[in-house]
Design a binder for this molecule. Structure first.
Ligand SMILES: NC(=O)c1ccc[n+]([C@@H]2O[C@H](COP(=O)([O-])OP(=O)(O)OC[C@H]3O[C@@H](n4cnc5c(N)ncnc54)[C@H](O)[C@@H]3O)[C@@H](O)[C@H]2O)c1
Length: 266
């Protein structure tokens, strides 16, 4: 019997990946991780300069894309496949949050629509366009939708928390539908991940005993008590995406994978 080579299981050489919202933050970490595993990466974003900066770091490619624009999404996915020789992995990472959050009475129709048009419509448009290409090519594929721990533990507000729960369920529905085409569809659920300039604020890293303590009731409270004791790093999200994009997860589809430093234990 030949001994398996685990390094081959994560090797993405020859695979083409498209990462939305890759100009900064988690999307940049995901792009870096996929490229490190050997994939050819198309980085898209409304911020072309940032997408290009990410692409330059990883010897990848960049394009401008607003995921809430259906026609632009169709064109971008097709252009990725035509120019890079296929589309094997789609990472729906683009998302907006804090600027559209807050108490329900302060949420305007416009804030609600804008957030959902990016976080939900955008995911749907990209999934639909990529699934069409993947099915036509007949080589299978991987779709990874970036949800959030807020899908399970609300705290940012109705707009964002609701949108991320929708992403988690869209993922499951699509996993069921696309499994016969050998397309695995999974959701990544990041916990607090530091994407701003400068070092992240300290966390206590000292969770309460499992009994007798009230549950934390604010996001800040939970971050302060994060079991792993530090904010997440975009590359930690990227590593989990490599798992979901690679042969390491051949039999994994329809899951919601928290990468959260223990957030959901609180
Ligand atoms: N950072 C966290 O703690 C955290 C936790 C859970 C989930 N998430 C999710 O991870 C994803 C990335 O978040 P982040 O923290 O890196 O955010 P970020 O703000 O640092 O980066 C988001 C990127 O998406 C781009 N973008 C925004 N609207 C877009 C659009 N319409 N089309 C294309 N690109 C667009 C932005 O230009 C930016 O480059 C989001 O879906 C977010 O909801 C983040």
């Amino acid at each position: 019997m030949t001994t398996p080579d685990p390094s081959a299981w994560i090797d993405l050489t020859g695979k083409v990946a498209h990462v939305t919202g890759g100009a900064k933050g988690i999307g940049r970490g995901i792009s870096r991780a996929l490229a490190a595993a050997g994939a050819t990466v198309m980085v898209s974003d409304v911020n072309l300069e940032g997408a290009q900066a990410t692409a330059n770091e990883i010897d990848g490619h960049a394009m401008t894309l607003d995921v809430s624009d259906r026609a632009a999404v169709d064109e971008a996915m097709q252009k990725t496949a035509d120019s890079l020789g296929g589309l094997d992995v789609l990472v729906n990472n683009a998302g907006v949050y804090l600027e559209f959050g807050g108490p329900v009475r302060d949420i305007t129709d416009d804030m609600w629509r804008t957030l959902w048009s990016v976080n939900v419509d955008g995911v749907f448009y990209c999934c639909r366009a990529a699934a069409d290409i993947m099915i036509n090519h007949g080589n299978g594929g991987r779709i990874i939708n970036v949800s959030s721990t807020q899908a399970v533990t609300p705290g940012v507000g109705v707009t964002y928390d609701g949108s991320k729960a929708a992403v988690a369920q869209i993922t499951k529905a699509l996993a069921l539908e696309l499994a016969p085409h050998n397309i695995n569809v999974n959701a990544l659920a990041p916990g607090p991940t530091w994407v701003n300039e400068g070092p992240p604020p300290a966390t206590a890293g000292n969770p309460p005993p499992p009994s007798g303590e009230p549950l934390a009731d604010t996001v800040a409270d939970r971050i302060a008590r994060l079991p792993k004791g530090h904010w997440g790093d975009p590359m930690e999200q990227g590593k989990a995406v490599v798992f979901l994009a690679s042969s390491m997860s051949d039999f994994v589809t329809g899951i919601y994978l928290p990468v959260d430093g223990g957030w959901l234990t609180l």
